[in-house]
Design a protein. Structure first.
Length: 131
């Protein structure tokens, strides 16, 4: 399943001198993402994997590109938790290299790093924060 982002911007006027702008992109409807699974959404520049980690009651987003063999597959990866800290992770469906859904660090002992994005759910819609 592939979705296309719509852009929404939220600007916060912190005080008269500082303006913080958050860019949240509407990615898809929450119902579009299977429980304990993921979907791929597409922005202009890249594909992003969105995960509904229902067992933890959390949502995550990462780049969809697996850096091992440059495959657009992470949204189809198996998600789970690992280690003493129960780090949430995704395993690439190709060669099972795993990545933290929080930090993007490769947990399989390789030097790979993937991008992660903040996610929020609002009114049944999934938004991803970019830059
Ligand atoms: S392509 Fe993802 S682990 Fe090899």
């Amino acid at each position: 399943m592939m979705h296309t982002f719509e852009f929404i911007g939220v600007t916060h006027d912190i005080d008269s001198t500082l303006i913080v702008e958050e860019k949240w992109l509407f990615a898809c409807h929450a119902d579009d993402v299977p429980e304990n699974g993921g979907v791929c959404v597409k922005s202009n520049q890249e594909q992003i994997a969105v995960f509904n980690f229902a067992r933890r009651g959390e949502w995550f987003a990462t780049q969809n590109l697996c850096p091992h063999k440059q495959q657009m597959v992470l949204s189809r990866g198996m998600i789970g938790s690992t280690g003493d800290q129960c780090e949430p992770k995704v395993a690439c469906p190709f060669h099972k290299k795993t990545f933290s859904l929080v930090t993007g660090k490769c947990l399989s002992g390789d030097e790979y790093q993937i991008k992660t994005y903040p996610v929020k759910i609002n009114d049944g819609k999934v938004y991803i924060q970019v830059e």
